[in-house]
Design a binder for this molecule. Structure first.
Ligand SMILES: NC(=O)c1ccc[n+]([C@@H]2O[C@H](COP(=O)([O-])OP(=O)(O)OC[C@H]3O[C@@H](n4cnc5c(N)ncnc54)[C@H](O)[C@@H]3O)[C@@H](O)[C@H]2O)c1
Length: 304
């Protein structure tokens, strides 16, 4: 199979699936997309076209996307299948079992699960060496990272091919060498969230202040200065001294914060209920979503 023009099948045409199809089509690949919900499949090309227009990308890319209601037909000639259906282990296992019956033995199979171990999803396959995880971030056409997760069975060839496929499509693939919960990005993100919640729980500051501190300080640098680059920049000796003082005091409970559990029990669910750590009017929500989108678009433009 050639890398320049691969046949790609995307299973699941929701928030992530249509965006993943868009990225591959824009990179010149032929893409089939399937979904069990007719409405979701029918609107996929319209959603992709709207995104392409909004981003100023080549709108003819949408012509390389072929919606296909039948799973077997959608995956039959694929070199690469990526699954982006709902986050449900039994559903994903069942789908991959079915997909495997219709593809070549060397077709690479990827799951875009957020948190389910790839090993569990792929364990029932006949040919597990071609199966791996590809964890995209939302929106797929604006956030560069795709974590490529290998299991104990994945062949080096499947990893290398997938890394190259995503790099050639303009993504930043990161190789995750062991299938650990949360992969790399979500482990780092949620280590930070645990401490953020603890600061509020222990009355050190309110939720808005936590976010202000991050956004106005190291958050400003994070896109260009990762923590380990930063540690080298200030010195590993200084990092060690800081850790000796601070780490004993940082939150390290192995489960979720009772503060978070209380919010959920009180149905303070964030945007969807109008209140979570903070209160959110409809205007606040729209403004925050718009700010994030604008920021990501600017970052993409400056990458180009
Ligand atoms: N939303 C995110 O920010 C994000 C980020 C990274 C990874 N993910 C993961 O990506 C996957 C998809 O998430 P999403 O946010 O796009 O969800 P979504 O609900 O927007 O889309 C899921 C789609 O799967 C379809 N579907 C369900 N069962 C199906 C089946 N049997 N066959 C074909 N299609 C089926 C649904 O109709 C729906 O269109 C999940 O595993 C999720 O955890 C999501």
């Amino acid at each position: 199979m050639t890398m320049a023009k691969a046949r790609i099948a995307v299973v699941g045409a929701g928030l992530m699936g249509h965006g993943i199809a868009q990225v591959f089509a824009l990179a010149g690949h032929e893409v089939t997309i399937t979904d069990s919900v007719v409405g979701s499949l029918d609107s996929a090309k319209t959603r992709i076209l709207t995104n392409l227009k909004d981003l100023g990308d080549d709108q003819s890319a949408v012509e390389r996307v072929r919606p296909c209601a039948d799973l077997a037909e959608a995956v039959r000639n694929a070199d690469y299948v990526v699954e982006a259906v709902s986050e449900d282990l039994a559903l994903k296992q069942k789908l991959f079992g079915e997909i495997e019956r219709h593809v070549r033995t060397d077709t690479i199979l990827a799951s875009n699960t957020s948190v389910i171990p790839i090993t569990q999803i792929m364990q029932g396959l006949q040919e597990r060496s071609r199966a791996l995880g590809t964890h995209w971030w939302n929106p797929p056409y604006l956030v560069p990272l795709v974590e490529v997760i290998e299991t104990q069975w994945t062949s080096p060839r499947a990893v290398a091919w997938t890394m190259e496929l995503h790099a050639a499509a303009g993504k930043k693939p990161a190789h995750v060498k062991k299938d650990v919960p949360g992969f790399i990005g979500n482990r780092l993100q949620h280590a930070l969230w645990r401490e953020a919640i603890a600061l509020v729980e222990h009355g050190i500051c309110d939720a808005e202040t936590v976010d202000t501190v991050i956004k106005a300080s190291f958050g400003r640098r994070l896109a260009v200065l990762g923590p380990l680059e930063n540690a080298d920049l200030v010195g590993t000796d200084l990092t060690l001294a800081i850790h000796n003082t601070v780490l004993p005091d940082i939150e390290r409970r192995p489960g979720p914060s009772p503060y978070l559990e209380r919010l959920v029990a009180d149905r303070k669910l964030g945007f969807k209920s109008g209140e979570g750590f903070r209160r959110w009017s409809a205007q606040d929500q729209a403004a925050l979503r718009a700010r994030v989108l604008q920021h990501l678009k600017k970052a993409r433009a400056s990458d180009a």
